[in-house]
Design a protein around this ligand. Structure first.
Ligand code: NAD
Ligand code: DAU
Length: 379
């Protein structure tokens, strides 16, 4: 049986990963460590935690005493580190928090793991490690910076981050690699492109657009909407991480992405068109619209769900133009491939949002409105 420490599992990708591994592995025990920042929601994983297989601990990955106690109690085999400040726009507002959590928090986890997992020294002075342990860092394609119209990020692309967020994630990757090279720590890193799917916090493009369409609000597109992202359904990312943690080679970096490049404007238009189509096909969904416009015959109108909702707003500072992943390595070594096409994934995501509006309301009930007004004014 393997025992996992999964950090940040009350957030978007971490919660999907937690559900995924609990579902596909019978013989595991998981301890979730999450600080429950604005991005973490206990309700998301309420059905998964506090039983024999999975327990929840609220706390900071930077808290050495707490993490040390957890290691002593549970004797982890794997650490999978999702915990992070993850939103680029927020990193532009408050860079220091990103450095604190993403770099120092990761280093704290590494250090506690190193002390717990090393047994002695070999004849050359390197530590000897407990067998079968692994520290996995969940990283991002943003560490590579920005592409022009052509080309892909490979694992050998030079690191050239631009935002405070991506600089902090890059620094964390370098610290992970320093532990690999200095102490021969068994580590792995995945660098994934933009995820979308269930439990995505509506400060990010796709869930924000869905939420605004359902409410009949304007859809803010930064700059001219030509920036390109490479979108991957979150479960495909979870599957990739699981493969790397359990079967990947020690010390390796794996890029994860599904060759699904779209401009932001394409994403927004496709989301509008898909919601319109779903409303046409399922009359019941129309009742779930927050903005209710009636036709002359009393039926609910959806004519207003169209591209006129789009509004171009001030561009993000230092906005990366294009991300695109070359996932050849993980395909060749671990047989990973994306199973969910964007056309299927976006319908699943919209339907999940329609059926889980209580979750959306819950996670946006706190500080969110203040954040939204600060970012977007009164749109
Ligand atoms: P998220 O913001 O939805 O969730 C982050 C989680 O970490 C939250 O539950 C939060 O409470 C927790 N957290 C924050 N600070 C913490 C701390 N100091 N101690 C403990 N817990 C803390 O993020 P996400 O989108 O799920 O991203 C998860 C990871 O995946 C991040 O490391 C991110 O860099 C990486 N990533 C994200 C994407 C994406 O598209 N969202 C793509 C590639 C990589
Ligand atoms: O590439 C992986 C990264 O993807 C992760 O490392 C980050 O944690 C994750 O947040 C995401 O970063 P992005 O900045 O690409 O995602 P976001 O959803 O914030 O923005 C996607 C694109 O949409 C980006 O070009 C900015 C644009 N955008 C975003 C918002 C929120 C808009 O045009 N309007 C918006 O309101």
């Amino acid at each position: 049986m393997k025992t996992y420490l999964v950090t940040g599992a009350a957030g978007f990708i971490g919660s999907n990963y937690l559900k995924y591994i609990l579902n596909i592995h019978d013989d595991i025990k998981v301890v979730v460590l999450d600080a429950l920042t604005y991005a973490g929601n206990l309700g998301t994983i309420a059905d998964d935690i506090d039983n024999e297989r999975c327990i929840f601990v609220r706390g900071d990955i930077g808290d050495a005493e707490l993490v040390g106690r957890l290691f002593a109690t549970y004797r982890f085999d794997y650490v999978v580190n999702f915990a992070a400040e993850s939103h680029v726009d927020r990193s532009i507002e408050n860079p220091q928090l990103f450095l604190q959590t993403n770099i120092l928090g990761t280093q704290n986890l590494l250090e506690v793991a190193r002390r717990a997992w090393t047994k002695g020294k070999d004849e050359t002075g390197y530590p000897t490690w407990q067998r079968g342990v692994r520290f996995h860092q969940v990283s991002t394609d943003e560490v590579y910076g920005s592409l022009g119209v052509e080309g892909y990020f490979t694992e050998d692309t030079p690191l050239q981050p631009h935002s405070p967020y991506s600089a902090s994630k890059t620094s964390a990757d370098l610290v992970v690699m320093a532990y690999r090279d200095t102490y021969k720590m068994p580590v792995s890193v995945t660098r994934c492109s933009n995820n979308y799917g269930p439990y995505h916090f509506p400060e990010k493009l796709i869930p924000l657009i869905i939420k605004n369409i359902l409410a009949g609000k304007q859809l803010p597109v930064y700059g001219n909407g030509s920036n390109v992202r490479d979108w991957l359904y979150v479960e495909d990312h979870c599957k990739a991480i699981d493969l790397v943690v359990t079967k990947g080679r020690d010390g390796e970096i794996y890029n994860v992405g599904g060759h699904n490049e779209r401009t932001n404007l394409q994403i927004v238009k496709l989301t509008i068109a898909t919601i319109h189509r779903l409303m046409e096909e399922h009359l019941l969904y129309r009742n779930m619209l927050k903005k209710q416009v009636k036709n002359a015959d009393g039926s609910i109108s959806i004519d207003w769900i169209n591209d006129d909702l789009i509004t171009f707003v001030k561009d993000r500072l230092g906005h990366d133009q294009r991300y695109a992943i070359d996932p050849s390595k993980i395909k060749a070594e671990l047989g990973w491939y994306p199973e969910t096409t964007f056309e299927v994934g976006i319908v699943k995501t919209i339907e999940w949002n329609l059926n889980n509006q209580k979750w959306v309301e819950e996670v946006t009930s706190g500080d969110y409105q203040k954040y939204y007004d600060r970012m977007y004014g009164n749109r």
